[in-house]
Design a protein around this ligand. Sequence first.
Ligand SMILES: [Zn+2]
Length: 167
Amino acid sequence: MIRIPAGQVAAGHLPPVCPRHGEHALEMKKLRLISKPPSWAAVLILLGGIVYLIVVMALRKTVHAAAWPWCEQCKAARSRNLGIGLGVLGLGLLLIVVGIATIDGSAGPLLFLVGLVALVVGIVFAARGGAQAVSGAFVSQDGNFVEIAKDDPRFGQALGGRQAQYR
Ligand SMILES: [Zn+2]
């Protein structure tokens, strides 16, 4: 795991090396990074999804990265996940429509169910194609750092040991 001060990320003072893959950055991307929901917040789901959402949104820390290193692999992962996700999602919608149209038949209900599953799988894949999901970076709970759990050592070297804090 590598931690970069949030101010440095916001200012765009990062080397042109991908933090996740260690490859030379093709472009420096504007990226909105947010923190993960704290693990204890999951208990609030028992009180209702709305309570959970309100608390998580209130606690959420955001860092607007001015120039995040984005490499060939990031690009490929994003388009692959988005492509699969949207494809499966479209298929799911089609199955649901066909399933509803033939709901009185023997295959209708099954098509509908398979369509629902495909819809969820599609959404999961499409979400994995989101820019932050691909970058593998999260804002720390206190909002002071941007953390990359699976960083590539080449990024750390390019960043310089004194700027980053390892743990
Ligand atoms: Zn990358």
